[in-house]
Design a protein around this ligand. Sequence first.
Ligand SMILES: *[C@@H]1O[C@H](CO)[C@@H](O)[C@H](O)[C@H]1NC(C)=O
Ligand SMILES: *[C@@H]1O[C@H](CO)[C@@H](O)[C@H](O)[C@H]1NC(C)=O
Ligand SMILES: *[C@@H]1O[C@H](CO)[C@@H](O)[C@H](O)[C@H]1NC(C)=O
Length: 312
Amino acid sequence: MLFVPLFALLGLVRAATYKLQDNYVGSNFLTGFTHQAIADPTHGRVTYVNQQTALAKNLTYANGNHFVMRADDTTTLTASGPGRNSVRIQSVKTYTTHVVVFDVRHMPQGCATWPAAWEVGANWPTNGEIDIIEGVNGISPNAGTLHTSPGCTMPSSRTQTGTIGSNDCNTADNGNEGCGVTVNKANNYGAAFNNNGGGFYAMERTSQFIKLWFWARNEGGIPSDLSNDSASSVDTDNWGTPWAYFPTSSSCNLASHMGPQNIVINLTLCGDWAGAVFGQDGCPGDCVSYVNNNPTSFQQAYWDFAAVRTYV
Ligand SMILES: *[C@@H]1O[C@H](CO)[C@@H](O)[C@H](O)[C@H]1NC(C)=O
Ligand SMILES: *[C@@H]1O[C@H](CO)[C@@H](O)[C@H](O)[C@H]1NC(C)=O
Ligand SMILES: *[C@@H]1O[C@H](CO)[C@@H](O)[C@H](O)[C@H]1NC(C)=O
């Protein structure tokens, strides 16, 4: 009789080695992602433009291993007119179980900014949402958060290095706060992240867990499969303890809350979160007037990606 471990038959355990699937670098972003000229559902003071407009105005710029997307930083707006031009992109492909790595040189920083790099499924919140990079008004730390349909809470004791905000992932609870965990490492967000050359944000999604990691650009011990641009696979077993660990348990079956998801990268200004805490975060006056009247304040309101890579 052949000896095959039961867990292997059931497919419960998989190797933690993943092969490179999509390698979004420079102009690959222009075909692998769609620019979404939609109204911002979070009520930001932005106008998301299409790809043609974004390229013409240099709000989107792809060259070599730079993919830059930014908010307009030259136009003074009238109070009654549309919001500041900005960019939101969504991957053409959807992903289920996979690893995604964001190699980021610069993220939008400063008062009013609300950048996010995340994944979301159709028919929200049925197919779930995983926020990997998100924050407002340039204030550290970064938060990683799940937003789900009802019936998903996280255990309060978990193997992770970050700090728990809430354990309730249900979008219907706590004003859609989600179950978030913030990073406890230097240079993880805003000006400090940018001044340090950015870094790597990574997420692993299986049916058993979702894990989030961060490495600042100049810290020691960045896994070689991330720092080596030519590596064709990654082994998450060598990545150490994540800052956020969201396990499947009796209080949340991740497989039933997370469906196929697109990668989304956006930059809004003010809106439901950044606008609500604008003064509290030390920003002057009211958020919308600030956006209207201070175009040069948005010179640092841009993303610069060295790469976004997916592995399966
Ligand atoms: C467009 O943006 C890129 C990236 O910031 C910059 O290097 C380039 O000089 C800009 N081009 C123009 C024509 O302003
Ligand atoms: C980077 O990865 C490539 C492809 O796997 C490998 O040939 C090369 O030796 C690696 N370089 C370093 C410095 O590890
Ligand atoms: C980006 O857009 C999505 C919906 O399209 C929204 O749920 C999310 O909160 C937005 N985030 C930012 C930072 O604009």
